[in-house]
Design a protein around this ligand. Sequence first.
Ligand code: MN
Ligand code: MN
Length: 470
Amino acid sequence: MAEKTAAELLREELCYQPKNAFRVLSEDELEQADAYCEDYKTFLDRAKTEREAVSEAIKLAEAKGFVPFDHTKPLKAGDKVYVDNRGKALLLAVIGTRPIEEGVSIAAAHVDSPRLDLKPNPLYEDHALAYLDTHYYGGIKKYQWMTIPLALHGVVVRKDGSRVTVCIGESADDPVLCITDLLPHLGANQMKKTAAEFIGGEEMNILIGSRPIPDDEGADAVKLNILKLLNEKYGITETDFLSAELEAVPAYQARDVGLDRSMIGAYGHDDRVCAYTALTATFALENPAYTAVTILADKEETGSEGNTGMQSAYLRYFIEDIAEALGTNARHVFRSSLCLSADVNVAYDPLYPDTVEARNCAALNQGVVLTKYTGARGKGDTNDASAELMGFFRRIMDNADVVWQIGELGKVDLGGGGTVAKYIADLDVNTVDLGVPVLSMHAPFEVVSKQDVYMTYKAFYALLSRDEKL
Ligand code: MN
Ligand code: MN
């Protein structure tokens, strides 16, 4: 290699230059990321809802020696425990060797993703076609959900309390469902609408059948036949829909994207990509110095409300229980604690350059994104991480050879977004946003880079295995 010029050396020394992972990592390191992402794709295919993500995470955790947390029992360094919050959110901890008053390390992510929830009374028939009426969940571009194969996942609770798990559309011989669109030949008026008006929330009705029950002329014979099929398969009636949580999600599996297989396209990277990386970094810990706490939250996409969302007290109670079991008050734990609040971020998309400010926007393959603040309208609604905290994370990530970059979510006046960071910071925890850059965020098929996924795992591991304090 040619000697570097004086200017090149100066540039290296003085300039912030985010690096493309493919230009700085060895062939071995690149292969590690590819291998890691094979398991990530499997996780995505098994975890298309928050409930499935939590049950899959518990299965993996138990295989790694985690046991249900019992607040009446003492804790000691090395213990691995978890709390299942109503099957929709999960807390895990690995007890550290240092006194808990020195703080804990927190890795946070969410496991809910935008989707189409069924209404409480969803099934109806119109002109001999049966439909499921939906109420969408999270921020979606509704038109993206038309004419794609949909699967139905969730639970139905019968009046006697028994619970049925529903999954239709995932195996190759399963039927799938879909929302239909108008043919272009008759679409002249429709095409004049804005994208926001293209399909209304009340038109997002999923086609589920067209065959009437035999020997019946009733106007609900197709619907009745669907109810009969559901009853045969799941033992449920129409009234059972009232006590159900059924979610329509894309029916396809995670796939490599690009001839070079450098990317993964899938439903639900936001935010299972951070959930999976946080989880596996937690599993990799052996006797950490600081107690590691990992939280996989629900309801982020609708504002983190409710008892499984991050605004609920369950994280606080968990750390209080751990602190008590170790003989101290949690108040003294939160203050010294450090949190990486992980969620996906926008990746620079050359097709839409006007929406971001390139110098402060993450790019695909440049590693995990550290984000000082999120929010909108003049830093409203955000946790703005301190310079000290940013400095700390720069140091531990560089020391762990993490490829990372800085990123904001879009142009100042355009929009923005929120994460769970502020709710954790509200507990008096030092919190910063971090995540994976995504193309087509919130679309039914989101794209991430395999290298960025692996670097997010490495960033979490650097935090959770740290031996230094802020
Ligand atoms: Mn989101
Ligand atoms: Mn998210």
